[in-house]
Write a protein that binds this ligand. Sequence first.
Ligand code: ZN
Length: 310
Amino acid sequence: MIGAWTFPAGPVYLVGGIIHAGPVALAAIRRFPVSERLPLIYIAGSSFSGSTLMDLLLGSHPGIESLGEAKKIAAVRSSDSGAPATCNCGDPVSSCAFWQTVLPGNMAFRADDPEANADLCRRALSFRGRQVVLDNSKNIGRALMLQRSGLFDLHVLHMVRDSRAVVFSHRRKAERRVHDHGYRLAPTAREWERLNRRLARAFRPRAGTGYLRVRYEDLVDRPEEEVRRVLREVSLPWDPQALKFREGRHHGIEGNRMRLDTKREIVRDDEYLAGLGCFEWCAITALTARGLRDFGYRWSREPARPINSR
Ligand SMILES: [Zn+2]
């Protein structure tokens, strides 16, 4: 059976009973009303920008179920090298009740298949009867894939942090690894600029996609205010449980060491202010000058100030 049709959004082909369509045409076929799509918060941004903290805070809200870095689920499940991957609840992923229910051992999962992701999100929401899924994968390409599918009521949460702090964190991590020579200042700074400016451009608010930017410095200084902004974006009421992020049971995967810490207080890490040399400070500032300005950071060496106007 062969057929071809052209829609305003692009061509659609029927070959052997299977529909073949480009991403735009596919989105047109699957374009559900926003009210019928799966509510999804997608955290995007550079590493070391507070995404794990935001993930834990939002995942503590009784209406939100976090999957952690969902793009890595397939790899985590199939990994048979080294120590078994640990769920945020503390159990190995292979024996965690949440993951055994949401994605049983014999069920295949492809992170690049929107339908598979939608099924995963439905099962995750029904596990504890929650309303909104959280994906902390950070990657822009995955967010675009989910957006184009038309299956999700997508809200991109762009986490951004002062470029000097982010580059310093990469340097510090490289120094802790005895044989790691992967850190280079200029490429790391340029990547911060490229990624954050691209994120700010790619997800302007439109039908079916929300966009909200949160700065790391504002989140650690006033977590309740910033979490309230996100909750308003997805039409969930405020719940003080969100700030008790060490008390709830989380089932996300991957993320930095903080997810398995037991510290309860939220403290801003400003070690970069003293840790960067003059040359490093000036070089990173020059390479990321436009992004620093756009996201409300000063070029001088001082702690980031709060943004008052939203
Ligand atoms: Zn778990």
